[in-house]
Design a protein around this ligand. Structure first.
Ligand code: MN
Length: 150
């Protein structure tokens, strides 16, 4: 299932799904605080998500995910988690939260699926992952020593 939502609307839906896991009463202010956006921006996004049938929502009423919204929200949260796991697995020294956030909207589903396969492969084969870590560690030692004249 590939849905065409803007990165911004994807983030709204992702956050609504996260909130839905801990409360039945999601408020506009919760979303506004989490995403650090204004209340009118949240209302506007909610109307768009409602038009596309991801949520049920009336102004000043409850925000509820439809089945479609729930399924896609779950996928978005999982996609973010997989990318964070991937970045940590390859020992990237980047800010993992920021970079996963940057990657998630621009990679194709095919690439996300492939990355998920790699993450699972290393999880299922810890000995191979250990080999990878050893290789990476020796490589960074080489890089650190690269400046020395022999
Ligand atoms: Mn995002």
């Amino acid at each position: 299932m590939i849905e065409m939502l803007t990165p911004s609307l994807e983030d709204y839906l992702e956050e609504i799904y996260r909130l839905s896991l801990s409360t039945e009463n999601i408020r506009v202010t919760d979303i506004s605080n989490k995403l650090n956006v204004s209340l009118p921006s949240v209302s506007k996004a909610l109307m768009r998500l409602k038009d596309k049938e991801y949520i049920k929502y009336e102004p000043y009423g409850n925000i509820r995910l439809t089945l479609k919204g729930n399924n896609f929200g779950k996928y978005l949260v999982e996609r973010n988690r997989v990318l964070q796991e991937f970045l940590s697995l390859i020992c990237s020294k980047c800010d993992i939260t920021v970079e996963a956030e940057a990657m998630e909207h621009y990679l194709s589903k095919a690439t996300i699926d492939a990355i998920q396969g790699l993450v699972k492969f290393f999880k299922d084969n810890p000995n191979l992952y250990q080999q990878y870590r050893t290789y990476i560690d020796s490589r960074s030692t080489e890089i650190e020593n690269g400046g020395f004249i022999e």
